[in-house]
Design a protein around this ligand. Structure first.
Ligand SMILES: C[S@@+](CC[C@H](N)C(=O)[O-])C[C@H]1O[C@@H](n2cnc3c(N)ncnc32)[C@H](O)[C@@H]1O
Length: 495
């Protein structure tokens, strides 16, 4: 969710009209007669684009000439401060905002500087009507107070919000650059902004880029290959890319299934209908196979359709602690020796469902289902179990058997999944009730995120339980007793 432009209806309509007039006056721009920019603020979606009449598949909905894009290739700031843009060409090709303390610029910080520069030019900016319809205020978790963040409970997204990194980036790379080049940023005769105002502006522009910017192929890159639409759903275009703000293309809202796509060509970007779009339907783009947690972090919204892409991280430490039960035949000393040999004890493993990519029309026909543990996770446990065998060759001898090993892995993961779900303060059922009772705003979004993660944990746990049953049955049929993970029984048998 975001605050689009102060909220007043007349102001909203006027800034939309000015923007569209500006856009349509650009050489090479097109805007199909059967689409309209719509006020969707009532459902917290800002502006969007809808079809006003039926649209045929493959219709070009609008065309954005490259010159309309705000990026290093078009920005006046790049002309004013060429040294800044030449500073680190390789870093500028990346949108990687790692928030480190280095003073050099990258694609991300340069675009923040370009946006701040344009905003400070006021009416002299050739993007003024575009800048006027960008959000003034964001409501992504970066700006949430602790009370609202607490609603995300045990979601991994809480550790990824990155406020401290963003602050460090603004402190070390944005403010000093503006101070050192104030004549380039502040038009003659205008008073420089206070640091406080610049700070707020930098945060706003950083959030704008996160939710609005596009990865574009740079002039140096080969033009886009002929590709099937399915290829295009892959979120990361092959490098080198540059970050840019693309007026109108960024007015499209998005979902996990969608009906339009932005094609990149050397002269222009075009929005194309992927299928028939009935009158009254919103034109939707695709931001990628993102979990709701990530959709919330980057864009400030969630949708039910994105829940299929939800993820949960399972830390190694949690898995290891649950391997103690099936490996209780080991003495504490043996266990300590086995755990001491674990490298990368800080690893976490990402659980996700198997899901098809959207088809060429932007739709997905199949359900997403949990179909297995990440290979890295099972490999890590297998490596650990080798260490266990080494530390306790007799007590852990039952691990020589493949099915026994499998049962131990599954039992450990099963326990870890249960504990991970318990880390959330409410249950899945309580969250369902909250959504049913009309939770709204930040709370509703937070509940969607945490509920989706619990749902995935449940599915994963059911899958593991099924596999564990199978492994135990296989063990029983071969007369083994490790099915309870009882290494002691195995040990006794060997005497
Ligand atoms: C690229 S902009 C799209 C245009 C935006 N609605 C506007 O008025 O400027 C991305 C932002 O639009 C909103 N948005 C996009 N898709 C949405 C959806 N399906 N539901 C609600 N909000 C959405 C989010 O606030 C997101 O940060």
């Amino acid at each position: 969710m975001m605050d689009i432009d102060g909220g007043a209806g007349a102001e909203f309509v006027e800034s939309t009209r000015n923007f569209l007039q500006w856009f349509q006056s650009l050489p090479g721009a097109t805007f199909h007669q059967n689409i309209r920019i719509e006020d969707l603020r009532e459902r917290g979606a800002g502006r969007g684009i809808i079809a006003t009449a039926d649209i045929e598949p493959d219709t070009v909905l609008f065309t954005i000439p490259r010159q309309a894009i705000l990026c290093a290739e078009t920005s006046d700031l790049a002309t004013k401060l060429p040294a800044l843009f030449a500073q680190d060409a390789s870093a500028a090709a990346s949108d990687d905002n790692d928030g480190d303390d280095s003073k050099s610029q990258d694609g991300w910080t340069l675009l923040i500087l370009m946006l701040i520069h344009e905003a400070l030019q006021g009416s002299a900016s050739r993007w003024k009507p575009y800048l006027d319809i960008l959000p003034r205020r964001f409501d992504t978790p970066m700006f949430w107070p602790a009370l609202d963040l607490a609603e995300l409970q045990a979601s991994d997204v809480v550790a990824k919000i990155g406020k401290a990194d963003a602050d460090a980036m603004i402190r070390t790379r944005i403010l000093p650059t503006i101070h050192a080049n104030s004549a380039a940023f502040f038009p003659a005769g205008t008073a420089p902004l206070s640091d406080e105002d610049l700070w707020e502006l930098a945060h706003r522009m950083g959030s704008t880029i996160m939710a609005y910017a596009f990865d574009l192929e740079s002039d140096d890159a080969p033009s886009e290959k002929e590709s099937t639409p399915e290829d295009d759903w892959v979120e990361d275009h092959a490098p080198p890319t540059i970050l840019g703000m693309v007026p109108l293309a960024d007015l499209l809202n998005a979902d996990a299934t969608f009906n339009a796509h932005i094609n990149h060509s050397p002269a222009a970007l075009t929005a194309v209908a992927l299928r028939a779009v009935p009158a009254g339907t919103e034109i939707l783009n695709y931001y990628g196979p993102l979990p709701n947690s990530e959709l919330l972090r980057r864009y400030g919204y969630v949708t039910p359709a994105h829940a299929r892409h939800d993820v949960v991280e399972l830390p190694w430490a949690l898995i290891q602690s649950h391997l103690r039960a099936p490996l209780r035949a080991l003495s504490d000393t043996q266990w300590a020796a086995a755990t001491a040999s674990v490298e990368d004890a800080d690893d976490t493993f990402v659980l996700e469902r198997a899901t098809d990519d959207p088809d060429a029309t932007g739709q997905i026909a199949t359900l997403a289902t949990f179909a297995g543990l990440p290979e890295e996770l099972t490999d890590a446990v297998k490596t650990f179990l080798k260490g266990v065998l080494k530390a306790a060759p007799r007590a852990a001898a039952f691990l020589e058997d493949k099915t026994a090993r499998k049962a131990v892995i599954l039992e450990g993961v099963h326990g870890a999944l249960g504990e991970r779900e318990g880390q959330y303060a409410t249950t899945l059922e309580e969250d369902d009730a909250l959504l049913g009772n009309g939770a709204r705003g930040r709370k509703e979004m937070a509940v969607w995120v945490r509920r989706g993660e619990k749902n995935l944990l449940r599915e994963a746990r059911e899958w593991v339980a099924g596999q564990l049953d199978e492994a135990r049955r296989a063990g029983l049929s071969r007369g083994r007793e490790y099915e309870e993970g009882d290494g002691q029984a195995a040990k006794r048998r060997r005497r």
